[in-house]
Design a protein around this ligand. Structure first.
Ligand code: ZN
Length: 378
């Protein structure tokens, strides 16, 4: 499991993007102390270090269905929670707002936290709010989550509600959001947006974009994965696709296998779900934990995951692929990738497939740094 770890640590910055659902930020909000090793989830500070991670981009994500308080305030509180986590652990971690901060902190041996925002709904329809989040350190924004905003349509809505959408793609205000993000130095993240929005963004953006957690559509037809022409457009734009580890993203046969498993163990699953409080994600997570043995044979292999890195690298070049994970956003992971401590398996597998050390460093973090620097430049 320690194979390749040195490559994660020498010079290059490695990073992983965490998923939004019940992710580590939500766990911190719920009062969990992730500066210590935790029994749940797929990440915490000790495990980040054990996995050889230098940098983690934390996802600020406000559930769009929780309208009890303004989305803006909820996002602000999540940023507070990450800031205070870092403040409480000054010897261990630091918060970076720029590539310069990031490099300084890595040199000092600190674990680096950065902020991204998943879903544009917390800015409502107000560029001042976008600027506010930029000032607080948010360095990428996924234009939509599964829900569309007034100014951009999501992959989910473009596929499930196409007929009922008033329009598709970016509105004129949406184009202003992209332009303002370019000016500020905030990366535009196209994971989660629909194809129409994607092509609108590619026409408007003057800076490289990222797909923070998507995989290759050619290998698995999930609506959040990227088609070959989208991948080529991202390469032309200088951007990076960070591969998502979710079984249903990487293995086209997974959903059918999981449905069969759920039918077979229906009674047991129903009683587990009934006994647990919380949203669907929490219920999914507990179910997957309780049925660990039953899930084992349907988990995709590590090779299936690496195939996505390999596919994107071969199609558009090794400069345009990175690690997106979605750890703590997915209840089931591929085999050999149980949590962040298993990340060196990616290094090992890429080296085994003939990738050079230089290629691997790009995938582990140098590609991210390149885009960050490019976007920071005025
Ligand atoms: Zn997501």
């Amino acid at each position: 499991m320690n194979w390749g770890r040195q490559y994660l640590l020498i010079g290059a910055t490695s990073l992983v993007l965490l998923g939004p659902y019940n992710d580590v930020v939500q766990r911190v909000l719920a009062g969990e102390d992730i500066s210590k090793r935790t029994r749940h989830g797929q990440s915490d500070l000790p495990r980040f270090r054990e996995g050889g991670l230098d940098v983690e981009v934390f996802s600020i994500w406000v559930p769009p269905e929780k309208k009890s308080r303004p989305y803006f305030d909820q996002a602000d509180e999540q940023i507070d929670s990450i800031e205070s986590l870092v403040r409480r652990n000054p010897g261990q971690a630091g918060l970076a707002h720029s590539s310069g901060d990031l490099e300084r902190l890595v040199k000092d041996g600190k674990f680096v936290a950065m902020l991204g925002m998943e879903g544009g709904h917390p800015i409502s329809n107000d560029l001042h709010r976008l600027e506010h989040f930029y000032r607080r350190g948010v360095r990428y924004m996924t234009l939509t989550w599964n829900n569309s905003t007034d100014w951009a349509t999501s992959a989910k809505d473009e596929s499930d509600r196409a007929a009922r959408l008033p329009r598709k793609g970016l509105s004129p205000f949406g184009k202003r959001v992209v332009r303002r993000m370019n000016e500020l130095g905030m990366m535009v993240d196209i994971s989660h947006v629909g194809e129409r929005t994607f092509w609108d963004v590619m026409k408007v953006t003057k800076k490289p974009v990222i797909a923070s957690h998507s995989s290759a559509w050619a290998l698995s037809h999930h609506r959040r994965n990227l088609k070959d022409n989208q991948l080529r457009a991202i390469a032309k734009n200088g951007g990076v696709v960070f591969i998502n580890f979710a079984p249903w993203f990487i293995d086209s046969g997974y959903t059918a296998k999981e449905t069969a498993l759920q039918e077979r163990y229906k009674a047991r699953i129903d009683s587990i779900r009934k006994s647990i409080k919380g949203d669907d994600f929490i219920k999914d997570q507990f179910t997957a934990e309780a049925l660990r043995v039953e899930y084992e044979p349907i988990r995709p292999t590590l090779a299936t995951l690496i195939d996505h890195f390999d596919y994107v690298a071969k199609l558009i070049g090794v400069d345009h692929v990175g690690i997106g994970s979605d750890f703590d956003g997915i209840p089931v992971t591929p085999r050999g990738m149980d949590d962040v401590t298993y990340l060196p398996n990616i290094t090992r597998e890429l080296l085994r497939r003939g990738y050079s050390e230089g290629d691997v460093r790009k995938i582990l973090g140098e590609n991210f740094l390149r885009v960050l620097r490019e976007v920071e430049r005025h």
